[in-house]
Ligand binder design. Structure first.
Ligand code: 4AD
Ligand code: MG
Length: 432
């Protein structure tokens, strides 16, 4: 079907030639003896000019009445057009209708979020969503390339797991034959085992949290990229995270400028994302928040509001380290100089976006880890394999996880994570 056809992103290579473009009718208008169709094919949008003296009366009529989102193959001559955003238009010779669409539910008028989310499978065709999906694709490739080029080995962690990684309150339980399993909250624990086998690894995959949070930052299913390194400590993880963020920002700036333009992203803010990023301790962060009038005491976790205020105080992403151990996961190593603190790190994105990375140095002592598992009220049996990593050649090791959707929301400058993944899963959304 695509024989002798061209995609819109490559149309400049056919300047002056007669070609075919396969696509969908995105928009149309008429004026006298001339009709304009906007044809989109996923790679771009091109104006197709239908003139009464160049086509049959049937085709001229069709150009007026064809419903939005009908699928067609347009044949015509590619012509330079300085007014067009892509520099070309098509002087149409023929339009072949593949499938005439029913009245399309999404129109130019402002639809509410619930309506658009119910029609997510169609909403994806819009220019904003198209731009976001392309940036996402570049971002994930860029993150993987960063680790690949540094010699990290890509390892898959299981989705069905016997136990919690990030606290028992946000587990999705599923029937696993005659017992229960849980959808993974993080590939980290398996990543640690893989790091002891391979040195430097990363896990990239979907993660699940039954979080009852209805905020602009929370999905119940999201994707994380999680590096883990043996013989490394907290500062090594921080340096690696800084490099990752600089890489994904520069790759998206270089490769996605048309898409960032569609989203009206202020690029000057992204151009500031250069190393070094500020590094604060949690205790310093609390002092800053108090100075800014926030009602928060040492020991409390930073919520969305606190993270927004804190990250809003800096132009660049900011690392916050050494959180109170009580508010962090069981696997975090304690600060040897202060037992109340965990060797944890979060990275807060600027412009109020807040946490996009969480990680730190892992507890490498068998005794301390057994103690933490008890303290957190976790069952030791399904974690015996994890304790083995401390029994057989334990080493200092560290890593982190970056949530793809939160990183993308920030880089694209969009408000809510629901637009950063093709089919978001939220507290109140499992359809489509
Ligand atoms: O801070 P979190 O919970 O850390 C971990 O899961 C560690 N085990 C990672 C590691 O060290 N290997 O989650 C890491 C990141 C967050 O910073 C955020 O970007 C994202 O995952 N994230 C979410 N994204 C969307 N919706 C949610 N409900 C999220 N929860 C976490
Ligand atoms: Mg976190």
């Amino acid at each position: 079907m695509r024989n002798n056809s061209e995609t819109i992103d490559k149309i400049s290579e056919r300047s002056g030639e007669r070609t075919r473009v396969c696509g969908w009718i995105a928009n149309k208008r008429s004026s006298g003896k001339i009709r304009f169709l906007q044809l989109r094919d996923g790679t771009g949008v091109i104006q197709c000019v239908v003139m009464a003296d160049r086509v049959t009366p049937e085709v001229f009529e069709l150009a007026d009445h064809i419903p939005y989102e009908s699928s067609v193959i347009v044949t015509g001559q590619v012509q330079k057009d300085p007014r067009s955003s892509i520099g070309f238009e098509i002087a149409v010779d023929n339009i072949e209708v593949i499938s005439e669409a029913l009245p399309y539910p999404i129109s130019k008028k402002d639809h509410g979020v619930a309506f658009l989310m119910d029609h997510r499978h169609l909403w994806l065709r819009s220019s904003r969503q198209n731009a976001l999906m392309k940036i996402r694709s570049v971002l994930t490739r860029s993150a993987r390339s960063y680790f690949d080029e540094l010699g990290f080995i890509s390892v898959e962690a299981p989705i069905l797991t016997p136990t919690a990684c990030e606290g028992t309150t946000s587990l999705f339980e599923v029937a696993y034959f005659d017992r229960s399993a849980y959808l993974t909250q993080s590939g980290q624990l398996y990543g640690e085992a893989a790091a002891m086998a391979l040195g430097k690894i990363y896990v990239y995959g979907p993660t699940f949290r039954a979080e009852k949070s209805k905020t602009r930052r929370h999905l119940t299913e999201f994707w994380m990229i999680e590096p883990e390194m043996a013989f490394c400590e907290l500062p090594d993880a921080i340096d690696l995270a800084e490099g990752l963020i600089c890489r994904i920002v520069s790759d998206t700036l270089n490769q996605c400028s048309p898409q960032l333009k569609v989203l009206e992203r202020d690029l000057s803010r992204l151009e500031l994302v250069k190393p070094p990023f500020p590094r604060l301790t949690y205790t310093e962060a609390i002092d800053i928040l108090k100075q800014k009038g926030m009602d928060i005491e040492w020991g409390a976790d930073l919520g969305g509001d606190e993270e927004s205020v804190l990250s809003g105080a800096f132009d660049k992403p900011v690392f916050v380290t050494h959180y109170p151990a009580d508010i962090k996961a069981f696997y975090m190593k304690r600060d040897p100089t202060n037992d109340r603190l965990a060797l944890a790190v979060d990275l807060l994105a600027p412009e109020g976006y807040g946490e996009i990375i969480g990680g730190g140095q892992r507890e490498d002592s068998l005794e301390a880890l057994e103690h933490r598992i008890d303290e957190h009220g976790l069952d030791k049996e399904p974690l015996e394999w994890y304790l083995d990593l401390r029994r057989y050649g334990s080493v200092p090791h560290a890593g982190f996880g970056m949530g793809i959707e939160r990183a993308l929301a920030w880089i694209s400058g969009i408000h809510h994570v629901r637009e950063t993944i093709a089919f978001p899963r939220l507290l109140d959304r499992l359809y489509p």
